[in-house]
Ligand binder design. Structure first.
Ligand SMILES: C[S@@+](CC[C@H](N)C(=O)[O-])C[C@H]1O[C@@H](n2cnc3c(N)ncnc32)[C@H](O)[C@@H]1O
Length: 260
């Protein structure tokens, strides 16, 4: 087991608590409860985020034929992880998982087992260091073929707009046309008061501070790329599987774009 301080809440483990997982400690659960009190719909919102991940990966693998995924800010493994969804559509899919939290990496190595026809790799790297991510991912992914860059509920940890765009540009510059970027992002303009208070409480203790962006701000993260229909929408409204799913509460914007 890697060294980490369980007395301080960590975003990966608080998120695991919100999702109903077991890989969290007292400090994470306490922060989980404090933030849920500020924004009770958070439980639905994080579930909707996982469902968005499932639908986007399925769309990219089954609908666009992409066979390679770079999933940055993986989180603690739960149901329907990227490789499971992708390899259900095409077992030969190759996935690189990236996170900067040692506990995520140790769980990921133990639990995220690839179909033998494909591959899974795990990188301990920071989103703020895209060069390191790209260099490490190149051991598993072939960057002469399309890659889907998954940035699911992670860009809100890069508060500076210019830095966030520069990171996405570096990642997409390394990818060939036909590659894709999927983003979900906590919204400044959905349930604004409650989400602002939730983030204020979270940022009091977690190391990775979160920043909300409005729909226009999230849309700007896709600059230079072609948004795929329906564009940047509430994650529940992105190609939902049912009407019930479409109207479920969520505090996240999401979209998928293609590199022209
Ligand atoms: C809210 S969870 C999202 C997990 C998963 N992508 C999902 O949507 O279900 C955010 C994850 O991003 C990771 N993370 C946060 N900031 C990061 C950074 N700068 N570099 C790499 N990973 C980061 C956290 O450790 C955590 O596992």
């Amino acid at each position: 087991m890697p060294d980490f301080d369980t007395s301080v809440p960590h975003i990966a483990r608080v998120y695991d608590y919100w999702l109903g997982g077991k890989d969290n400690f007292a400090a994470d659960r306490e922060m989980g409860e404090r933030t849920l009190k500020a924004y009770p719909n958070l439980v639905y919102s994080v579930r909707a985020n996982r469902a968005f991940l499932t639908r986007t990966v399925r769309f990219l693998a089954a609908g666009t034929g992409i066979r390679q995924f770079l999933d940055i800010g993986t989180g603690i493994p739960t149901a329907n992880n990227t490789h499971e969804v992708a390899q259900r559509a095409a077992p030969e899919c190759r996935i690189v998982y990236v996170d900067n939290d040692p506990i995520v990496l140790s769980h990921a190595q133990a639990l995220l087992k690839s179909d033998p026809q494909g591959a899974c790799a795990y990188l301990d790297a920071d989103l703020r260091d895209p060069e390191k991510i790209l260099a490490g991912a190149a051991d598993t992914l072939d960057f002469s073929k399309p890659v889907a860059v998954m940035l699911i509920a992670v860009m809100h940890f890069i508060g500076d707009d210019a830095e966030a765009s520069a990171i996405i540009n570096k990642l997409t510059d390394a990818c060939v046309p036909g590659s894709s970027v999927a983003i979900s992002h906590a919204a400044a303009d959905i349930d604004a008061e409650q989400q602002t208070e939730m983030v204020r409480r979270l940022n009091q203790s977690v190391a990775e501070k979160a920043t909300l962006r409005d729909r226009a701000g999230v849309t700007r993260l896709f600059d230079g790329l072609e948004l795929i229909e329906p564009g940047v929408v509430r994650v529940t409204e992105w190609r939902p599987d049912s009407q019930l799913e479409a109207v479920s509460p969520t505090g996240l914007w999401g979209g998928v774009a293609r590199k022209p």
